[in-house]
Design a protein around this ligand. Sequence first.
Ligand code: ADP
Ligand code: ASP
Ligand code: MG
Length: 601
Amino acid sequence: MALVVQKYGGTSVGSVERIKAVAERIAKTVQQGNSLVVVVSAMGKSTDTLVALAREISSNPCRREMDMLLSTGEQVSIALLSMALQELQQPAISLTGAQVGIVTEAEHTRARILEINTSRLKKHLDEGKVVVVAGFQGISSREHLEITTLGRGGSDTSAVALAACLQADRCEIYTDVPGILTTDPRIVPEAQLMEEITADEMLELASLGASVLHPRAVEIARNFGIPLVVLSSWSDAPGTRVTSPSPKARSLSGLEIAKAVDGVEIDTNQAKVALLRIPDRPGIAASLFGSIASKNVDIDLIIQSVHEFNTNDIAFTVVEEVLKQAEAVAEAIAPALRSQPTATEEAEVMVDRKIAKIAISGAGMIGRPGIAAKMFKTLADAGINIQMISTSEVKVSCVVHQDECDRASLVLCEAFDIETSALISPASIPTQVPPVRGVALDRHQARLAILHVPDRPGMAAQIFGLLATENISVDTIIQSQRCRVINDIPTRDIAFTVAQEDAEIARNALSELAKTINCGEIIVDNAIAKVSIIGAGMIGCPGVAAQFFSALAKENINIQMITTSEIKISCVVAESDGVKALKVVHQAFDLAGKDKIHVPA
Ligand code: ADP
Ligand code: ASP
Ligand code: MG
């Protein structure tokens, strides 16, 4: 007999008819000889309705009361589903997060699961009942017993966490689409179903805007090796499997907070090429990386920061062996850029061999603003200057001087409790996989830029440390290449993205600090969108970036920021270009299928 955890999302239980249909499916799964725990979301869009009610009363409602309010949605659906099962003569019992023993941090509206006391649940299972659990909610530990929620979309996380704690045979996430698709079918109906995706790819996809899975659910599945499938509750098709490598043994206590950083990676075989003061208009990144790709040179990090005076900097790293070729391409392009009418100053190529890349990685850093800040602080305390920063949701990479690399890795391993023997070398090149699996669009971010931050150790640490104390999760962080001397002090710009609702809080928090550390202006832009391509196959596959940038250039879409990790490239574009950008990029990588995906209303 297998133990299965099934999760049904809002649309899957959006009406009485749907609840009855789901009950039939559950009863059938039990008749096939399985033991079942079922996690449900609130019906349809009812969580949105509750949020709207709160907003009618307050523009900034207390987070505790929000949890009290939003947790009610799931209580409705578990009771109704339990009744529907009982009507089918299937014994069932509904339990809230607290009743089922889901213990979380006391962090309202974004609590992480600490542990699940499964004894009550197991007792009901032994009695032959289907246990119907309210998703998205838990209770803070013993003294306070406060109702908490896990963050929007968190029922997926409840389900996978239960599967981990119960050592379930599999976890099935039922939703309104046939599985994980190459992109959001509501924007691109020709999106194609993937039979399988790695947890690492899915983590990037989910945190870059593909709402089909909560990224923290993917993280738990990967950490504990839970077989996870995403499938439609409207059909019997097999859906998409999310695959994980065999996990290392892990404790179930402190489930979601145990270890934010799994590894420290260093790469000393890197060199940096930067093009400074190039014109800020569509097509520049495309032609630069197009020429590099035509020489079959593979690039690693690419960073393009915000512009000032209509110019941009693009910096990238390559392995040292191909530096000469990359430099030649950049030098060949620069003269043409120099004659651009928009450039107020001369474009220039800069090369640095004496660099190293050092990165921390781990899915546990998603939504935990303190982790990047801790990395910067650790490096600052060791007197190590950070030349470039590039982040993905699960990785923070810094470029430092090569001579400081060993010391940097030592202090980081110590700070994040990583054995130095566990230092990871650059990722190996997977074979036989397409370079790009999926494309995602995130329209909920805002961009902040702090101009003229003094170029000395400790600045990034102070900025992101402060945001962490305000509990603001920072997404893409970019520290520019350009050094501008202001009052005899070399400075660099730092730009990053945050959730739109956090943008003004971040600006206010930073404006005081900016004065004390002598930075320039803070610029906020809410009208941005982030378009990303994801795929493990892009490692060691020259030309992927060029193809991405040229798809945007062809549509005259200007790229405002670029960040990369090994398996993703993200571009920030104007919000008004977001949907078009997603469509053209999906097409450029030939990801469309023949049939259109139908999403139930
Ligand atoms: P549920 O209520 O079942 O949790 P969600 O709305 O959270 O459903 O997630 C399913 C939705 O995710 C789909 O309807 C689709 O619009 C959206 N989506 C975005 N990106 C993707 C993708 N790459 N694959 C599948 N669905 C996606
Ligand atoms: N009902 C919650 C939400 O809408 C949780 C979920 O559906 O996963 O965000
Ligand atoms: Mg969801």
